[in-house]
Ligand binder design. Sequence first.
Ligand code: PXP
Length: 250
Amino acid sequence: MTSPHERLRLGVNIDHVATVRNARGGDTPDPLRAARLAQESGADGITAHLREDRRHISDADIDGLMEVLTVPLNFEMAATDEMQKIALRHKPHAVCLVPEKREERTTEGGLEVAREENKLAHYIAPLREAGCRVSIFIAADPRQIDAAHRIGAEVVELHTGAYCDAHAEGHFDIRDAELEKLRTMATHAHALGLEVHAGHGLTYDTVQPVAAFPEVKELNIGHFLIGEAIFRGLQPAIAEMRRLMDAARA
Ligand code: PXP
């Protein structure tokens, strides 16, 4: 069992720095500058999602991140042939497989692993051989977690979106039920030997109950931090998240 006092890692997702840049089609704000600043501010890793439609992070951003980062890159991608080729070319520290739909605004659900077990087992094999830690972004559902374990993933990232949405909408009974599901599934995944991460929609208000789960080793947080950076700057925005995570863990 992971010690509850072990430092919980914070992965900062910089996708939405690229979203703002792309709104004008120029070079600013620069996601690489944000990544460097995030790592100087205590981020333990940087996460970037290269979407099929390149709506935020670009191929050149991934090239740049691979060059400048001193902390691990968690490369989020859909399980397509194109993305597999890109990942195998870069060999990032981690590859996180996410479902992707063109029409969605953000990653809406977890990956369907149980129904695609064979296909995904073959898909991740070369990534693992290349030395990438394969993580699967997944709903807090035992069927999916068991399937992720069977295909040989090393990490599952639990989707915290439903928990965060229920909090934001003031549906506190649903929020608490979602949190309980996350807690149970973190324990379940950990017992199978999977490393447990969590993320999506986390804010200063919602991070602490998840950060307190001793099985969770890493949180990946993006949209809220980049938004908060407008008001307090990226460094203080990250520092406050770090403080809340550490306090929850203490
Ligand atoms: N983890 C995964 C797998 C994601 O797809 C995302 C969103 O890109 C995040 C974490 C971060 O979510 P948010 O930007 O809402 O903090």
